[in-house]
Design a protein around this ligand. Structure first.
Ligand SMILES: Nc1ncnc2c1ncn2[C@@H]1O[C@H](COP(=O)(O)OP(=O)(O)OP(=O)(O)O)[C@@H](O)[C@H]1O
Length: 327
């Protein structure tokens, strides 16, 4: 599957991957000189919270727009919930929710009226509709504002309302483009909680873009990193950390006694696979290849030193991301 052009399966159900794209490409400009998305291939599994990250202009929004039928690809193929992203857009709309909703909200209508309008577009029958509207607005913490006009909502309230609207058709997959941008920390935390809850309790797949690496680290099962329209890496946080460790080495932190730190620095600098050793605040910081732990410990011991602390300085996603886009 990984290297295949063909997206197999064909069936609309029972497919573990809810989203599959192969060599997806989008060019803009008269001669197609702007390559916004460049031969991108990805699989997203059902029920995952999948993070899509990259610097400004990397091609995240353009990719999402192709996946929800708002932009036609220049090349490549893609399926969402088994439906082709060019030929079966209407079916895709039925099973997806999108934030922000491209059509926007009606500021002169209340939250309830707005959702009623959208529910009617999806032909949700009246009995179910009214109950679902109340449940959704309750879930996003807007039960107190149900009959207030959207025009008076704060940015955070609008985002939460947008999530309720994106859920009106009980979607299998949610596309969230920067769901917490512009909202305060408390509102952002609530939004993250809701996303996790939707994935955990309702088995909704979430495909989200974000510039907040701590957010992505907190809520995503797997992450794709793109730059200039190309896929740089995909995997869990641990897998991405390992990719960077293999390439760039690791940082060890050592506390030692019984010998001088300077002697330790000199000894370690003789070892193949130890790139650099520094003393900072009475502690050794050793930049080395992965798998050098034993060698380092042995050298200190041979010098007559005692190691009281030996740990790896784990990179958070922010550091991993910067390393990936720098290399
Ligand atoms: N309609 C368009 N016409 C021409 N160029 C476009 C168009 N839409 C996007 N682009 C270009 O395509 C590239 C990718 O843009 P896109 O908005 O997808 O990036 P992004 O990763 O979502 O960025 P950001 O993080 O800033 O939102 C950019 O160089 C952008 O200028």
């Amino acid at each position: 599957m990984e290297n295949s052009q063909d997206i197999s399966g064909g069936s609309k159900t029972g497919n573990e991957n809810i989203l599959e794209i192969r060599n997806l490409t989008k060019q803009f400009g008269k001669q197609g000189e702007i390559v916004a998305v460049d031969s991108l291939s990805l699989d997203v599994k059902k029920g995952e919270v999948f993070g899509f990250v990259g610097p400004n202009g990397a091609g995240k929004t353009t990719t999402m727009k192709m996946l929800i039928g708002l932009l036609e690809p220049t090349g490549g193929i893609g399926k969402v919930a088994g439906f082709d992203i060019v030929r079966e857009i209407i079916n895709i709309r039925k099973v997806t929710g999108v934030l922000p909703e491209p059509a926007g909200f009606y500021d002169n209508l209340t939250a309830r009226q707005n959702l009623r309008f959208y529910a009617k577009l999806y032909n949700i029958e009246a009995g179910i509709r009214e109950k679902r509207i109340v449940e959704l607005l309750d879930m996003v913490g807007l039960n107190g504002a149900i009959d207030q006009k959207i025009g008076g909502f704060s940015t955070g309230m609008r985002k939460r309302f947008g999530l309720a609207q994106a859920l009106i058709n009980e979607p299998e997959i949610l596309f969230l483009d920067e769901p917490t941008s512009g909202i305060d920390p408390k509102g952002a935390q609530m939004m993250r909680g809701l996303i996790k809850q939707l994935s955990r309790e309702n088995d909704v797949t979430v495909f989200l873009s974000s510039h907040s690496m701590s957010e992505v680290e907190e809520i995503c099962n797997r992450i794709a990193v793109i730059e200039k329209g190309k896929l740089l890496a995909v995997g869990t946080v641990e897998e991405l950390q390992d990719m960077v460790r293999e390439k760039e080495g690791v940082q060890y932190i050592l506390e030692i006694s019984d010998i001088s730190l300077q002697d330790a620095v000199e000894k370690l600098s003789e070892i193949d696979g130890v790139f650099e050793t520094r003393i900072r605040d009475g502690v050794l910081h050793v930049h080395a290849d992965t798998g050098m732990r034993f060698e380092i410990a042995k050298s200190i011991k041979l010098l007559g030193g005692t190691v009281s602390r030996f740990e790896e300085d784990r990179m958070d996603l922010q550091k991993v991301f910067l390393k990936l886009i720098e290399s």
